[in-house]
Design a protein around this ligand. Sequence first.
Ligand code: IPD
Ligand code: CA
Ligand code: CA
Length: 270
Amino acid sequence: MSEIEQIFSDARDWIIEAGEVIKAGLHGELKVSTKADEKDLVTEMDHEIERYFSEKIQKAYPAHLILAEEGSGHQIADTKGVLWIIDPLDGTMNFIHQKRNFAISVAIFVDGVGEIGLIYDVMSRELFHAVRGSGAFLNGNRLPKLTETGIPEALVAINAGFLRKNKLIDHEVMLRFAADVRGMRALGAASIQIAYVACGRFDAYMSMYLAPWDFAAGIVLMNEVGAEMTTFSGEAVNVLRRGSLFVSKPGFHQAFYRQYQVNIPAEDEC
Ligand code: IPD
Ligand code: CA
Ligand code: CA
């Protein structure tokens, strides 16, 4: 077994086991607190799952680095070495309100290259995974390369924020876009929405502001299925940087920019 295969095998075992920990905890009372504002929620389970991964990784791979949402990992300044990027519970609001539609997202980057991505939708028992150069899979079944879908046939995942006045794009354009596509959806868990583009359930996903742990595993999946993945202004995604995200089937980015004639400034200039 190669080193990457060994790491993947461990990460897959741990993500499934962590999913069982979450499911077992659903029967008890959830301890909820707020972070940046009253809509930014975190539970004791977010911390518990993050600790679970940190302990496993530190024991098995003491030289590896960890970037994790709830801060139990390292201070990461660059992408040198083996870096685990972890969202222990993506879709915390869904977890609290719905007890479903949340995921664990784990990516492994080596010297800045996305090698392994896993997104586990715990309640639907759907594990999306990709290993660079070996393809992307849903519950072990290989996902085909994506093919083009036009705007009128597209089902697009998007945050409601795009349909209000916002700093990123003229919301009137987005209202036209919403009318032109076949349908809009908002699932409330970034990683699941990216995974859904990978498997063809969505044709595109657009988000105004995400953090590395929301999309790092998604990068590996997107690469393996031939998806397009940029910031909203069309720049390459930087795995250590927060910002907007636009992922889609091939050709969709170009169709969007052409049809709506949008020229979005790079985010530093916003
Ligand atoms: C959030 C979800 C949500 C996205 C937010 C994220 P969290 O992650 O992915 O869909 O719109 O930007 O912060 O906080 O539940 O891990
Ligand atoms: Ca998240
Ligand atoms: Ca989270």
